[in-house]
Design a protein around this ligand. Structure first.
Ligand SMILES: [Zn+2]
Length: 310
């Protein structure tokens, strides 16, 4: 996430570490929302979306490299290890060049749910909390959902350059056709999990998706807080700006913001029990979202988050 108030975003921009995007082979064209499934999915009703264990989540968390270029390749590797067959790179035309990593899980319909987490981090701290926690959960979600063919086609995207004005997610959205946007039911963004109580950003999230989060939290008896968070932006904003309903989950109390973009952003600050709780809740949320049919409004009655600085 990026805080636009104070000096932190300037420090983040100055400390951005370059990643790279090796050229794709012709056969490895990045999959995009709305593309037909790359492989025929298995019939419905086989297997179940068994969550990964806390130990598996923590192993993914511990696999974090320091350099952004290494992170991109590690996410690609983790997706493949999770059983995703269609894993590709998408070059992001930033200076220096960036690289989104996409993993597509074919569903029973061409309708798409996008799950996103940025993998890049600033040069201060290890960037484990912000945002390898989101990456580890996202890979675990892909691993669980891959066991049962979902209704929607799921596209998991590890975004580059979030810390540079959401450049990776803005590029990704810019490459979607009108038809692909129309087929995208929702985007679910993961930020800074495993710290304090799970949270939904009322600022910059679609009202309908917030409502669903409240329903799932109640059904699963999981504590989830809903809060306004002005002056902070995330990759969900790129989708909301394009009229695609999006929601951001995180777990930072206001006092926890000292942990990110700082040397305090370390694995020791992550609570394994909370990371697992947040992961399991978001898995239930995605399953509930997968049962939705028809479009979801991107309406947001809350004040929109400010645009990132250029
Ligand atoms: Zn972040």
């Amino acid at each position: 996430m990026i805080r636009l108030l104070g000096t932190l975003c300037l420090a983040a921009a100055a400390g951005w570490l370059a990643s790279a995007c090796p050229a794709e082979t012709p056969a490895a064209r990045p999959g995009r929302p709305g593309d037909p499934p790359a492989a025929a999915p298995a019939p419905a009703g086989q297997g179940s979306a068994a969550p990964v264990t806390q130990r598996e989540l923590m192993a993914k968390l511990a696999a974090v490299p320091q350099q952004n270029a290494d992170r991109a390749e590690k996410v690609l590797q983790l997706f493949k290890q999770a059983g995703l067959r269609n894993v590709t790179r998408q070059a992001v035309p930033t200076r220096p060049p960036g690289c989104n990593i996409l993993a597509t899980l074919p569903g029973r319909t061409p309708n798409v749910i996008i799950v996103g987490a940025h993998f890049d981090h600033t040069s201060t701290g290890t960037g484990v909390i912000d945002n390898w926690t989101g990456v580890a959960c996202m890979v675990g979600l892909a691993q669980a959902l891959a066991k049962t063919p979902p209704q929607h086609t799921f596209v998991f995207v590890a975004f580059d350059s979030e810390e540079r004005g959401q450049a990776g997610s803005r590029w990704y959205v810019s490459q979607l056709s009108a038809q692909q946007k129309a087929r995208t039911t929702a985007m679910v963004n993961l930020e800074c999990l495993g710290i304090s109580t799970a949270k939904v950003w009322l600022t910059g999230s679609a009202d309908a998706l917030e409502q669903l989060a409240a329903e799932v939290a109640k059904k699963e008896n999981t504590p989830v807080e809903f809060r306004q968070l002005h002056g902070v932006t995330a990759d969900a904003n790129s989708f909301m700006a394009a009229g695609i309903a999006a929601i951001t989950f995180d777990s930072l109390d206001l006092t926890d913001f000292d942990l990110i973009d700082s040397p305090k952003d370390r694995a020791e600050a992550v609570r394994p029990d909370r990371l697992e709780q947040h992961y399991r809740f978001i898995l239930k949320y995605l399953q509930a979202l997968d049962e939705q049919s028809g479009s979801i409004s991107a309406a947001n009655k809350d004040r929109p988050a400010p645009k990132p600085k250029p």
